[in-house]
Design a protein around this ligand. Structure first.
Ligand SMILES: Nc1ncnc2c1ncn2[C@@H]1O[C@H](COP(=O)(O)OP(=O)(O)OP(=O)(O)O)[C@@H](O)[C@H]1O
Length: 255
């Protein structure tokens, strides 16, 4: 018997506007534990806004108004007692590497230290685990004290992923992670994501529709702030998805 999938995130009639201008127009769907959910859509369709709503970093955007409900593990994120704990549960990887001007080691140890981890053995373990998970350990293990910013672009992006993994997130959100890296590194990180799926829920925002096709269990197509279609990836990329617009977008007819 197939076991039912557990809902990790529930999004219910989510609306976001910036200074009165609508960016998400009432979208509803669930995200399940241990799936990779691909989110595709042309520029300005609301993909990044959705990620920012989920980890409540929209709180920092002046003029952003959020309506509707997002639940993580059944709890409404608008009323969680500890928003820092919510953000620790959710790792976020931005389009461009955002390393701190610190050593490789200190970049990865930054969040655990902020969370109060002081024991050096424990920190060593976290740094090694995170770098191994991000497929960077072998390349940097002999120079952990050198500056993170001296790494290549692809290595810096993997360092960003290691930082996101350092606080053992249950949800990993990636926003166009491969925008500034070469195809070989992109493939390498894609392998990393496949292996992480068994340990966490992954939300993959991507402009590369083929990347969603390669990695995602299900794919959501956002257009102009609306959820046009969400289905198993093989359906979204088939000859006959539910919506003609989906077919046109994934086949490059517009976008
Ligand atoms: N901080 C902001 N202030 C005002 N408007 C914003 C802000 N952030 C996003 N928007 C607007 O909200 C809409 C959705 O933007 P968003 O960045 O979520 O889309 P996206 O699908 O991630 O686009 P892209 O692929 O270009 O990153 C756009 O019209 C954008 O201009």
């Amino acid at each position: 018997m197939v076991s039912p999938m557990n809902k990790k995130i529930e999004i219910i009639d989510l609306r976001v506007a910036y200074a009165g201008k609508s960016a998400l127009k009432g979208i509803s769907f669930d995200i399940f534990e241990n799936e990779i959910l691909g989110i595709i859509g042309p520029a300005q369709s609301g993909k990044t806004t959705l990620l920012k709503a989920i980890n409540r970093t929209l709180d920092f955007t002046t003029g952003a108004e959020v309506d509707g409900t997002i639940k993580v593990d059944g709890e409404d994120i608008a009323t969680v007692k500890n928003v820092y704990e919510l953000r620790r549960k959710i790792g976020m990887v931005a389009p461009l590497p955002v390393g701190l001007p610190l050593s490789i080691y200190d970049n990865v140890a930054f969040a655990p230290r902020m969370a109060g981890v002081r024991d050096s053995k424990k920190l060593d373990e976290i740094v090694e685990r995170s770098l191994v998970q991000a497929a960077l350990w072998d390349e940097v293990k002999d120079r952990l004290q050198s500056l993170g910013t001296k790494l290549s672009g692809g290595q810096q992006q993997r360092l960003t992923i290691a930082r996101a993994l350092s606080h053992e997130p249950e949800i990993l959100c990636l926003d166009e992670f491969s925008i500034a890296i070469d195809p070989v590194t992109t493939m390498r990180i894609e392998e990393v994501l496949k292996s992480l799926r068994s340990q966490m829920t992954i939300i993959l925002v991507t402009n590369l529709v083929q990347q969603a096709k390669r990695l995602a269990n299900r794919t959501a197509f956002l257009f102009n702030g609306e959820l046009v279609e969400l289905d198993k990836t093989e359906v979204v990329f088939s000859e006959s998805p539910s919506e003609q617009k989906t077919y046109e977008y994934v086949n490059g007819i517009f976008g």
